[in-house]
Each structure stands twice: as structure tokens, then as C-alpha cells.
Design a binder for this molecule. Structure first.
Ligand code: S3P
Length: 170
């Protein structure tokens, strides 16, 4: 029965939730759901535009509502947004509904990955780059860690293999 419970991948922006989520879903024959994508569909606009027009408070309310109305009848792997576990009762809800796996990475590693992406697509990082971006990641990660640490399982993203995720999802 445990098998049908959804797996929620949680972790900071750039920690690979979507990439690993797709791999895990394929390997375990589950449906893959990207929470950010469902939010974009629901909002009818990209996330940076939503932040700009309605602000972060409205985004967090939408995020929580969309999370709790995901179609989870079929076995699923859900890649959440980096902030999802940190607002309202989202973390408790995910732990009650399924299992959460935290893809843990140190700030420097997150920073070097995020530096290679389009930062404007991540409004929560305020368009920062270079040393200011590293400082922001370090501070935000410290704030978020108490939420992330409530995960059912915590994995070291830099050394884990797909088989480790598969075992944890059983
Ligand atoms: C956010 C992370 C984003 C997205 C939104 C806010 C955050 O998702 O939900 O831009 O506050 O960490 P990713 O973690 O997939 O980038």
C-alpha cells in the first residue's frame, strides 16, 4: 500500500529536484509532476511575472492551494518549488500525504549551479549574481533548513545515486 503514496522531492533552488524527479518517476513507474509547472498552468503566466504582478504573498497562497489539489490518485513523484516546504502547513501536509526526500546541497555547490542558469527565472533570488548571490543563498538556506530537515529522508545530493532514491521511495 505504501507504494501508492506520493514522493515529494524538496530542496533549495538548483538542487536538481526536477531532473532527479523525472529519473525517479521513470525508474519506479510513477507519474512525474512538477509543481512549478502546474502553478504556471493555473496562474496562466510564468512565475517571475506572477511575483511581479501579485507579489510573493499571493504566490505562496497559490502554491499551497495547488500543492494540496494535485492529482495524486496514481503513484507520483512530485518536484516541489524551493520554498514550498517553508510556508503554511505544506511540509506537514506532504509528510502526512506521502514521503518527502530532501536533496541536500551546500551553499557553494548550489551557487555554482545557479550561476550557470538564468537567474531572472528565479524571482526569489532577486536577480543577484556573484558574491551577493552566494550570500543570499547562504542566508536563505539557513532560514529554510529547519523546514527541509523535517523530511522523511535526507540525502546528500552530491554523492547519491538513483538507486538510493529508489530504495528510499519504497
Ligand atoms: C522558489 C523556487 C522556485 C519557484 C519560485 C520560488 C523559492 O522553484 O517555486 O520561483 O522560493 O525557492 P525551483 O526550486 O524549482 O526553482
Amino acid at each position: 500500500m505504501n507504494d501508492i503514496k506520493p514522493i515529494f522531492l524538496i530542496g533549495f533552488m538548483g538542487s536538481g529536484k526536477t531532473t532527479w524527479g523525472r529519473k525517479l518517476a521513470l525508474k519506479t513507474e510513477r507519474v512525474f509532476i512538477d509543481l512549478d509547472e502546474v502553478i504556471v498552468d493555473e496562474a496562466g503566466m510564468p512565475i517571475p511575472e506572477y511575483f511581479e504582478r501579485h507579489g510573493e504573498t499571493a504566490f505562496r497562497a497559490l502554491e499551497s492551494r495547488v500543492l494540496k489539489s494535485l492529482p495524486l490518485e496514481q503513484p507520483a513523484v512530485v518536484a516541489t518549488g524551493g520554498g514550498t516546504p517553508c510556508y503554511f502547513d505544506n511540509m506537514a501536509w506532504m509528510n502526512k500525504t506521502g514521503k518527502t526526500i530532501y536533496l541536500c546541497m551546500p551553499p557553494k555547490a548550489l551557487w555554482s549551479r545557479l550561476m550557470q542558469t538564468d537567474i531572472s527565472a528565479r524571482p526569489a533570488l532577486g536577480g543577484l549574481t556573484g558574491k551577493a548571490l552566494l550570500d543570499e543563498i547562504t542566508a536563505k538556506l539557513a532560514d529554510r533548513t529547519p523546514h527541509y530537515q523535517q523530511a522523511t529522508h535526507i540525502v546528500d545530493q552530491l554523492s547519491m545515486r538513483l538507486d538510493d532514491l529508489v530504495s528510499l521511495s519504497k
